[in-house]
Design a protein. Structure first.
Length: 79
């Protein structure tokens, strides 16, 4: 059910450590915005920065090809 969905927003790629003895991973999240707020729809991560960046760029290009770049105005929700 897509009622109330305002769109999707991709967050920037950043490095994150998931454990004391684990390699840092490059990760980003894809959010779904609704009339009720936002939730994480998906999270992607890899130790290889180029893999994450290619996926990020691809999803970002898909969102840019959508009306309103994939997300209606949410300024009123960011206050």
């Amino acid at each position: 059910n897509n009622e109330g969905v305002l769109g999707h927003r991709i967050l920037p790629v950043k490095k994150k450590s998931y454990g004391k003895n684990e390699d840092e991973m490059y990760q980003f999240k894809l959010e779904r915005w609704t009339n009720l707020g936002c939730s994480v729809l998906a999270a992607f991560a890899s130790t290889e920065e180029f893999e994450v960046q290619i996926l990020h760029d691809t999803i970002n290009a898909m969102l840019r090809s959508c009306p309103n770049n994939g997300l209606r105005n949410i300024d009123h929700m960011l206050k």
